[in-house]
Design a protein around this ligand. Sequence first.
Ligand code: CAA
Length: 277
Amino acid sequence: MAEAKAPQQRGGQTEDVSAETLAEIGLRFEVDGEIATITLDRPDKRNAQTFATWSALARIGDSLPEQVRVVVVQGEGPSFSAGIDLRMFTPEGVPGQGSFGSAARLDSASFEQRIQEAQQGFRWLRRPEIVSIAAVHGHAIGAGFQLALSCDLRIVADDVKFCMKEPALGLVPDLTGTKPLVELVGLAKAIDICLTARFVEADEAMRIGLAERVVAGGDLAKAVQDKAAELLSTNRDAAAATKRLLQGAQSRTLEEQCAAEGAEQIKRLRAMFGGAA
Ligand code: CAA
């Protein structure tokens, strides 16, 4: 997984992700101390996403200032995100970005590379050095649902409507969402949600483990702020080491996990008290 690069801040913006460029794409990125906020900002199109959105998200991840420990992902307007820009399904596509039709005609290697580039916009949100929080309200459809799934935590408004629309459109979810979905809700529920493309609303999201907390829409920002403050109250390096342990837990045996816990702990103790390298 990519490491966070050295801080390149200038007036609250990283150098290679200018506010103007992001605004053209329909994104905002703000850093306030240890908290970064990414806002999907195309409310008139319900924050529909394009390849440019995903490549800008990847650039934000690559240049995230080192001091950032919490990344909040939120949407402006009535929806978190209505998913991929439906112009991708038209022959004309999205100006300058092509269409699904043109993507299908790429050779396999180029196509795989294009998908991997898109996925980079989502993958970095799992980095151990940060905790990512999706603040989700209204519709989170397709790529919008997958973006919320890419975050470590989901705090949702009571009007939330998650939908994995891809199979209804003849496609599969390919923006890194299938793994966290299965891990969160289990295989049977994930099959139910994806293969029916039905809406999952707030009560169910809470019940099946998709959401950590449901609040009234007007309380969403405050609930996210409170969670960020709680997360910042623990030790930065211990938090990153603990997240690494938790992320690896499912794929390790108990013996391997015990060894991993010991290895992380000795690093912590040596960092605190000194000792052999
Ligand atoms: N792409 C492009 N434009 C979109 C859009 C999308 N995904 N979703 C909404 N819009 C546009 C509408 O065309 C409309 O534009 P105009 O005002 O210019 O007509 C504007 O946003 C407002 O839309 P609605 O009037 O439909 O807003 P609403 O609040 O009544 O409904 C909604 C919101 C339920 C999200 C509805 O807009 C909708 O169903 N959108 C499409 C959802 C969808 O199918 N997304 C694709 C999912 S699949 C995916 O993301 C991954 C993949 O790889 C395929």
